[in-house]
Design a protein around this ligand. Structure first.
Ligand code: GLN
Length: 538
């Protein structure tokens, strides 16, 4: 069996340069050559996982099928490559330390002083190699969070230095930097890149390939200069210029033969350039889709990254429906019975977003009511589904205090309730219902038709559930429970069949929509929004 090759992706100069997109693109290009790959992210922060992090700090929390709360870059990995990531694809400093401390307590290191080097770095190295050893991948791509120069990245970079040495021709380092354009001087500046590479070199790592993020085309001369100053070959300096969509990036990387350079550096045969047919078809269709539909996202974060997977799922579904989906944030904290019509009128569909806690709840309920009463296509996701249920309880069933016990622990109509097995949990981190669960779809329901299957599997991230004591009353009044967990009978999907599209899911379908396999619920929701758009125009 061929040995696993390791590609390390680091970043310098600034954060948010798109290391996740570059890592995903490398994965995509190698996968298209027939290689079996995985992508993992090592995050230098001390949280065990991003589960308890505020989306303002860290964007969306992505959930793997095996129930790990992870960094949103894992969402890019899955959307680009269609692979399923696992709890082992995201490791944080917190997890590394936790594991080392557990070993120390157990006595695994008896007699030794536990130190960053070698104990922490050995643990990092072990984790970096783990998936490759376990699943015999051809390539393991490892993205390092943060920026070179951060104090907390140091143990990770030291681990890479050692691994590069130990793995020899089986490892390469791709370093992503930024080339700013100074408009006053009319020039692109390479000095920050030179400094960033120096910083890496001072830690003992010579990058093999440089990817330069830029807003302006880089000349051959500039690439040569960077190559010269940074000890890399000129063909190993690649530009990553702004693109109309992140999904163009693999093509731009392929044009510059980033994958070929990687293969050569790893002493591997290059072979034919893959055509990336389905990917190109997706992009062609995307460019041709110029007609716009407007989707309102009702949530408390008016921040792109907080709803990353939902935005991507909608945009993919738009492409497959030959439309450009324009998303509009509707801040639920500012929605009132007075302004809701104005805010929602121009929308062809509404997504009531997931979330935690009290803030912005009333606005979500107001939006759910307006959409139900005005037959606006509406997709409630997780907390959004719970809001649909509460609103229906209050305004159709007449339970004035209907609520989730998350918001009101004393409500007499606890239509959304805490599960028995969640009641005694006191730790907040990693203790929700997390990851993939099966869901049986009711015969004759819209969702059964949409999925074209009777049993599906979707990912969860929540603590509260629809209270089955109220199920009969809801169904009699017109809100149907059309998806249930076959083992526990927990309600996973509600829909109002009399409306054109009013569906709430307790799970998060957005985590499993990919470029080549868009999610059926998003596809169908966008279709309904297109029909509503036509009506809006009449
Ligand atoms: N706060 C709700 C719960 O814990 C919904 C969570 C979510 O939207 N992801 O059940």
């Amino acid at each position: 069996m061929a040995e696993t090759k390791y590609i390390f992706v680091t970043g310098g100069v600034a954060s948010s340069l798109g290391k996740g997109i570059i890592s995903s693109s490398i994965g995509k290009l190698l996968q298209a050559r027939g290689f079996n790959i995985t992508i993992q992210k090592f995050d230098p922060y001390i949280n065990i996982d991003p589960g308890t992090l505020n989306p303002y700090e860290h964007g969306e929390c992505y959930v793997t099928d095996d129930g790990q709360e992870t960094d949103l870059d894992l969402g890019h990995y899955e959307r680009f490559t269609g692979i399923q990531t696992t709890r082992n694809n995201n490791v944080t400093t917190g997890r590394i330390y936790q594991s080392v401390i557990e070993k120390e307590r157990r006595g695994d290191y008896l007699g030794k002083t536990i130190q960053v080097i070698p104990h922490i770095t050995d643990e990092i190295k072990r984790d970096m190699l783990y998936l490759g050893k376990k699943n015999h991948y051809d390539f393991v791509i490892t993205e390092i969070g943060g920026t070179v120069g951060d104090i907390e990245s140091l143990p990770f970079l030291e681990a890479i230095r050692q691994l590069k040495w130990e793995l020899g021709r089986n490892a390469v380092c791709v370093h992503l930097t930024y080339v700013p354009y100074l408009s006053a001087a009319g020039e692109l500046k390479t000095k920050p890149t030179q400094h960033s590479v120096k910083e890496l070199q001072s830690l003992g790592i010579q990058p093999d390939i440089l990817v330069l993020r830029t807003e302006h085309e880089l000349s051959a001369g500039l690439r040569k200069k960077v190559a010269n100053f940074c000890n890399v070959s000129p063909d190993a300096v690649v530009q990553s210029i702004d693109q109309p969509t992140i999904y163009e990036v693999p093509l731009r990387m392929q044009e510059q033969e980033l994958d070929v350079t990687i293969l050569r550096k790893l002493d591997m045969p290059v072979g034919e350039t893959p055509g990336l047919g389905p990917w190109r078809n997706f992009l062609d269709r995307r460019h041709k889709a110029t007609k716009v539909i407007n989707i309102g996202l009702v949530g408390k974060y008016d921040l792109q990254d907080a709803y990353k997977s939902i935005l991507e799922s909608l945009s993919q579904a738009g492409t497959y429906n030959d439309r450009k989906v324009k998303c509009h944030f509707i801040n639920s904290e500012h929605l009132t019975a007075e302004n809701v019509a104005d805010e929602i009128k121009a929308m062809d569909g509404i997504v009531v977003c997931p979330g935690f806690g009290q803030r912005g709840i009333e606005g979500k309920l107001i939006a759910a009511r307006y959409c139900r009463e005005h037959d606006v296509p509406t997709f409630g996701i997780c907390l959004g589904m719970q809001m649909m249920v509460i609103e229906f309880g209050r305004n159709v069933l007449g339970f004035a205090d209907a609520n989730s016990v998350e918001m009101d622990s004393k409500t007499t109509h606890n239509v959304i309730d805490i599960m028995e097995d969640q009641k005694n949990i006191t730790n907040m981190g990693g203790t929700m219902r997390l990851g993939g669960y099966e869901c049986a779809l009711k015969e004759g329901s819209r969702v059964r038709e949409i999925y074209g299957k009777d049993v599906i599997r979707e990912r969860h991230r929540h603590r509260y559930e629809f209270n089955n004591d109220y199920r009969a009353q809801y169904e009699q009044a017109g809100m149907q429970c059309v998806g249930t967990n076959p083992d526990t009978e927990l309600v996973e999907i509600v829909e109002i069949p009399n409306l054109r599209w009013y569906i709430g899911t307790q799970f998060h379908p957005e985590y499993s929509s990919t470029v080549l396999h868009p999610h059926p619920l998003f596809l169908d929701f966008v279709k309904a929004a297109i029909a509503a758009h036509k009506d809006n125009e009449k």
